[in-house]
Design a protein around this ligand. Structure first.
Ligand code: 17E
Ligand code: FE2
Length: 411
């Protein structure tokens, strides 16, 4: 199959893309169709590698208000609400909700999802179900499953055992939540345990790290140090790191050296953390989004996640990662022309690094023929107009399509 007139990743000139047996076999300015080859004219539309959701909780999605709404809008009330909802979990309930959420994502060109799954539940039903769904949904989306201890590893009964069991059940990634542990000692021990568990079992790491406005929350330095010492490097990700918003600059300058040496990735969730953070402030109110601009300037990899779709922590969400980028650029004040143009990377190539996808991802000859076609000629306009994903191809097969929305002014 030959695609003509593609503007790949903001390129000024159109390109042709040949796909055979689910892989890119040629990419170049002028490819002539083979006899009988199907030809698709992309009409000078933007072509991007597929969108990647690098941080979401699929087990909790689509549960907002059930059984109670989060009235304060804090992370901690969210955890309490979820704890009540958790009692009602069943395999069917999770499968129904995840199927719906994944299709919401797919309609917007998302093909990879890293989901955190709460394992502070003696039944581990969510973990068991997500491992099954990873298989059932593989033609639609590549799912990575994180064993995520929502209520702590050291501070929850049998926490270490539940994490170990979740890894045995097939988790791809080991999580932690140091700022929720009872004490600073537990926090450090939980991180030592999580990174050791990952190293022992050849897993990735993604920590809910310092998701609090407390400038004394310093889990990040422990994550980075263990990543360095265990040689895990870019297999490790620190998500949220909202306390970094409140760290003093003298500390950040010292920390930055370690962060670069450690090679770890960052995930920021700008929609959810502008909503959850700063809730104990009067005025001025902190935004509580990590230092995306400064990390990026230092060459550190940052991707963006949605974090939630309609659940105890976030009462909205459509699976459109454009909303996440739009909020991220505003709240991080990254609205220069080139910053806007490049911002698709937060939900594509940077996220691919976070998920450690390597050569499974990207528009290059030899790689799986997965890409999205947006109804715009470049990312700036796609972002600004909330462009529809016209088509989403995964391994050479079209898995979703959209038509441009239509609004008419009548006079
Ligand atoms: N759990 C948590 O600890 N933090 C979050 N932002 C969400 C769930 C969504
Ligand atoms: Fe999260």
């Amino acid at each position: 199959m030959l695609f003509q007139n593609a503007l790949i990743e903001n390129a000024a000139a159109a390109t042709c893309i040949r796909v055979e047996n689910g892989r890119f076999t040629a990419i170049g300015p002028e490819l002539t169709p083979h006899p009988g080859e199907e030809v698709v004219d992309l009409q000078n539309k933007l072509v991007l590698p597929p969108f990647i959701e690098s941080h979401v909780h699929l087990d909790t999605c689509l549960t907002a208000g059930d059984p109670v709404w989060n009235m304060s809008g804090t992370l901690f009330e969210g955890i309490e609400c979820w704890s009540k909802r958790k009692e009602k979990l069943s395999k069917q309930d999770i499968k129904d909700r995840v199927n719906r959420a994944v299709r919401m994502y797919a309609a917007h060109g998302v093909q990879h999802i890293r989901t955190h799954v709460d394992v502070t539940d003696p039944s581990l039903v969510a973990m068991e179900t997500l491992v099954e769904l990873r298989e059932e949904l593989r033609d639609l989306v590549d799912i990575q499953v994180v064993a995520f201890p929502q209520e702590g590893i050291l501070s929850y009964p049998n926490g270490k055992q539940l994490m170990t069991d979740a890894v045995k059940m097939g988790a791809d990634v080991v999580g932690a939540i140091p700022h929720f542990e009872f004490t600073r000692e537990y926090s450090v021990e939980s991180l030592n345990f999580a990174l050791w568990l990952a190293a022992e079992n050849d897993k990735l790491v993604d920590v809910h790290c310092d998701e609090i406005d407390d400038e004394a929350s310093r889990g990040l330095e422990t994550v980075a140090t263990r990543a360095l010492e265990l040689g895990l490097y870019d297999k490790v990700t620190a998500s949220h790191t909202t306390a970094m918003h409140s760290y003093n600059n003298a500390y950040v300058v010292r920390l930055m050296r370690l962060l670069k040496m450690s090679k770890i990735n960052f995930v920021s969730n700008p929609l959810v953390n502008t909503h959850l953070q700063g809730r104990m402030d009067t005025y001025p109110k902190r935004r509580g989004v990590t230092r995306v601009k400064e990390l990026t300037a230092e060459g550190i990899n940052v991707s963006f996640g949605h974090d939630d779709i309609f659940d105890p922590w976030y009462p909205m969400g459509t699976g459109n990662l454009r909303d996440v980028v739009l909020m991220g650029l505003h709240v991080c004040q990254m609205m220069g022309y080139q910053e806007i143009m490049d911002s698709y990377k937060f939900i594509t190539t940077n996220a691919a690094k976070t998920l450690y996808l390597g050569e499974k991802y990207g528009i290059e000859v030899g790689r799986p023929a997965s890409f999205v076609v947006m109804d715009a000629e470049n990312w700036y306009n796609a972002l600004n107009t909330n462009a529809v994903a016209l088509a989403s191809y995964k391994n050479g097969k079209k898995i979703a399509e959209g038509t441009p929305g239509c609004r008419k002014v009548l006079f």
